[in-house]
Design a protein around this ligand. Structure first.
Ligand code: ADP
Length: 309
């Protein structure tokens, strides 16, 4: 579904070169074929660009379990009365949600209700027709595209339903891509990428291509790619949607554990209550509006995870 939404727009390499989120670049490369070198030659940032890693502006990672259940989180991301239509099709009709810093939020609801559109508006991929999207106190819906692109590259990570690994690249090259696109040196990017393989239980697969991996393994590689640059917010759209329940559970367990470990906020779209059970809180999107917004996190951090294992 994502590949369709984004891929359909990409008609030529020059068009693709104008797209500068990792996700869009990956989709572009997938459609054109190529190696890591041709990819970086085509889409790499100018020399001297500051890597997204080791940034001084990052908030210190805070383990969720170190925070008390009663502690209120400050808001890191907010959608206010967001309206978005695609031609005559309304997707969001005034959706509002607040995401707490370090929170794992599940966006649930039936197919076609507007979940993905809400996620794309929150991530600055789509611009609302009206309403506001505020990240870290700054409106991003009014930012020019180049600033939103830089924001997505430097502060956000993405995982999608079908991992969307670049098939021509090895697993470690796929994971290293966000670092390379942000200007990290190749050797350092690959070193950091490799660290994730043991962490996510996929060591030994570093040199494999997606055709040589199971769906669950490929999705763990995609998860590593989403987290490798230490994003402030990880956006995950049906990250287990293509997996059987056992593999899906493993991915969700790893996703939530890694996010909590590095203090990453997670915004997760799913229609599966078993997946949503890993979140701290869930909201339901119905007909383009958010119908359930508990005023505070529904459960103490980690409780949902423990209760559902
Ligand atoms: P969900 O993620 O809940 O399945 P979506 O946000 O993908 O829902 O879609 C909400 C509505 O907007 C649906 O009617 C869908 O067909 C429409 N829609 C979403 N994206 C597009 C698009 N790129 N072009 C046209 N219509 C779209």
């Amino acid at each position: 579904m994502q590949a369709q939404k984004f891929g359909a727009r990409i008609a030529s390499p020059s068009q693709a070169a104008r797209l500068d989120t990792t996700h869009e670049r990956l989709t572009a490369l997938k459609h054109e074929g190529g190696t890591l070198d041709t990819y970086l030659a085509n889409y790499g940032l100018p020399p001297g660009s500051r890597p997204a890693v080791d940034r001084h502006d990052r908030h210190p990672a805070r383990r969720a379990r170190e925070r008390g259940a009663e502690m209120t989180r400050d808001s890191v991301l907010e959608a206010r009365y967001v309206v978005k239509s695609f031609g005559a099709t309304p997707a969001l009709r005034g959706a509002s949600v607040t995401v707490g810093r370090g929170e794992i939020l599940a966006i649930m609801g039936p197919s076609g209700s507007g979940k993905s559109t809400l996620l794309h508006c929150l991530a600055g991929i789509l611009v609302p027709d009206s309403g506001q999207v505020v990240f870290d106190g700054t409106r991003i819906d009014t930012m020019p595209e180049n600033r939103r692109s830089a924001l997505r590259r430097d502060k956000f990570g993405f995982v999608f339903q079908f991992g969307q690994l670049v098939p021509e690249l090895t697993a470690e090259e796929n994971v290293a891509l966000p670092l390379l696109l942000a200007g990290a040196r190749r050797r350092e990017a690959l070193r950091r990428a490799r660290e994730w393989f043991g962490r996510l239980g996929i060591d030994g697969l570093e040199g494999h291509r997606s055709a040589e991996m199971s769906g669950g393994q490929a999705q763990r590689v995609a998860l590593a790619r989403g987290l490798v640059a230490g994003p402030e917010i990880l956006f995950a759209d049906e990250p287990t949607g293509s997996l059987d329940s056992l593999a899906g559970e493993r991915v969700m367990h790893l996703l939530t554990a890694a996010a909590r470990d590095q203090g990453t906020t997670v915004v997760l779209v799913t229609h599966d209550p078993r997946v949503a059970a890993y979140a701290d809180r869930e909201i339901i999107v119905h007909d383009g509006t958010v119908t359930t917004t508990p005023s505070a996190p529904a459960a103490p951090v980690g409780l949902a995870l423990r209760e559902n294992r």
